[in-house]
Design a binder for this molecule. Structure first.
Ligand code: PEP
Ligand code: CO
Length: 451
């Protein structure tokens, strides 16, 4: 068995998509081309992080979500950091996602597809190339797989060796995630008892009766003889933005069963709002691999751009292949989304619609923090559900920036985090994340929309 799995993916030969001939946005300016090439060669010789069979299983689940037979929950840091990747922080993130998934599964009465925005989320697109502090201008921080966050010339110079570190960190993170989710930590009874702890907090009293309903369902399952031991293992997938072309290219492997190419840095890869040009390098790279892929879609997206993206990324209309992750902003989603849905519906090729209610709702607080309001985030989620319900299409999932830690980065929620509280524990390297409690609160509120 092990031998089969190990042989499944080989080095790809010559069939890599010709992304190098296309415009490539948001790539680091590496000072040393030879060092970069050496890292690429090294990565090509290493084992894949995920396997083709797992990737195919996820594609089938994404297809189910497009039809309302499953619901996708994707969550994790805006930018993972090498330093913060401790066992505790990984465990708390997985725990948070499992707790959210339990609530959503009950509400939707369908499986929830659990995808960590983790084990590889190390590269960031930036709106500005440089950052200036007290007269000193340096390259912007682009994620730990590119450069360091510290504001020194040395740290900010892109270093290709960081891609090797990202590969190893991704591998160790995935290893722990697999151990947690396959080793009994995902036991539904345990996960539900954590949720009971959450609803016992007076701030979240309004969710108690819902949690009570799940209690009764669990007791019914137990009485009916459901084998809870068999429910101790769950499928948990990894996803990140495929931003760093040299890294993603070096992680492509060929499935020896079918000859198909797979990106093996994660199960699902997406392109961001800033790099989604249909004729550009990022889309070309995703065109060549057989993974389920996503595209972030902002409010200025035109119907024609979407059709062009589908032409490139899912020409044959394969179910589960393409997810459109809309990030419109709470104020714009109700106007911006319908014409896009209309165009895609008219086209007929299936997509999985997912809402990212984070990136269209970023503000700066009066005391200078990049933040988001919990209520605004929820307002975009509500808009997403409303529009899909009105149009008879399927709201297939949510994509959120979250952490299992008790940080104070987003405003509001049951704990009423205010501007002053942001200073208490603001740790994100790029965008503000929902903390553990805010994430669960979101799950209970989304549950109400799913019922
Ligand atoms: C992100 O997901 O962190 C991000 C940069 O998103 P977008 O491409 O939608 O702006
Ligand atoms: Co972000």
């Amino acid at each position: 068995m092990l031998a089969t799995v190990m042989n499944e993916l080989d080095a790809p030969g010559n069939a890599i998509p010709a992304w190098r001939d296309r415009p490539a946005l948001q790539q680091p300016a590496y000072p040393d081309a030879e060092a970069l090439a050496a890292v690429g060669a090294d990565l090509r010789s290493r084992p894949p992080l995920v396997f083709a069979g797992e990737v195919d299983a996820l594609r089938a689940q994404m297809a189910a979500a497009a039809q309302g037979r499953a619901f996708v929950l994707m969550g994790g840091d805006c930018a993972e950091s090498f330093e913060a990747g401790s066992a505790t922080s990984i465990r708390l993130k997985v725990q948070t996602i499992l707790q959210m998934a339990a609530v959503l599964t009950y509400a939707a009465s369908t499986p929830v597809v659990k995808i960590g925005r983790m084990a590889g989320q190390y590269a960031k697109p930036r709106s500005v190339e440089t950052e200036t502090r007290e007269g000193l201008t340096l390259p912007s921080y682009r994620g730990d797989s590119v450069n360091g966050h510290a504001f020194t010339a040395q740290a900010r110079t892109p270093d290709p060796a960081r891609m090797l570190e990202a590969y190893l960190r991704s591998g160790t993170t995935l290893n722990l995630v697999r151990a947690f989710t396959m080793g009994g930590y995902a036991d539904l009874r345990e996960v539900h008892s954590w949720n009971r702890g959450f609803t016992a907090n007076p701030a979240y009293k309004r969710f108690e009766s819902f949690a009570g309903e799940i209690d009764r369902a669990m007791r019914f399952m137990e009485a009916a003889g459901v084998d809870f031991e068999a429910l101790r293992q769950v499928d948990f997938y990894a996803a990140h933005e495929a931003l760093l072309l040299e890294y993603e290219d070096a992680m492509i492997r060929q499935d020896s069963r079918t000859g198909r190419l797979y990106g093996t840095s994660a199960h699902l890869l997406w392109v961001g709002e800033r790099t989604r040009g249909a004729e550009d390098a990022h889309v070309a790279l995703l065109e060549g691999i057989h993974n389920p892929v996503g595209v972030k879609i902002g409010p200025s997206t035109t119907p024609q751009e979407l059709i062009d993206l589908i032409d490139h990324l899912n020409p044959a209309g394969e179910p589960g292949r393409l997810s459109l992750i809309t990030r419109m902003g709470a104020e714009r989603i109700r106007q911006a989304l319908p014409p896009l849905i209309e165009a895609v519906r008219g086209d007929g090729r299936p997509v999985t619609w997912i809402t990212d209610p984070m990136h269209g709702n970023t503000i700066t607080s009066d005391n200078g923090y990049k933040t988001r309001r919990f209520d605004t985030i929820m307002e975009e989620v509500r808009g997403f559900f409303e529009v899909h319900r009105e149009m008879g299409t399927v709201p297939g999932g949510i994509h959120v920036e979250l952490t299992g830690d008790d940080v104070t980065e987003c405003l509001g929620g049951g704990e009423h985090i205010d501007e002053a509280a942001l200073a208490r524990r603001y740790e994100t390297l790029v965008d503000p994340r929902l903390n553990h409690q805010q994430s669960l609160e979101m799950a209970f509120e989304v549950a109400e929309l799913l019922r």
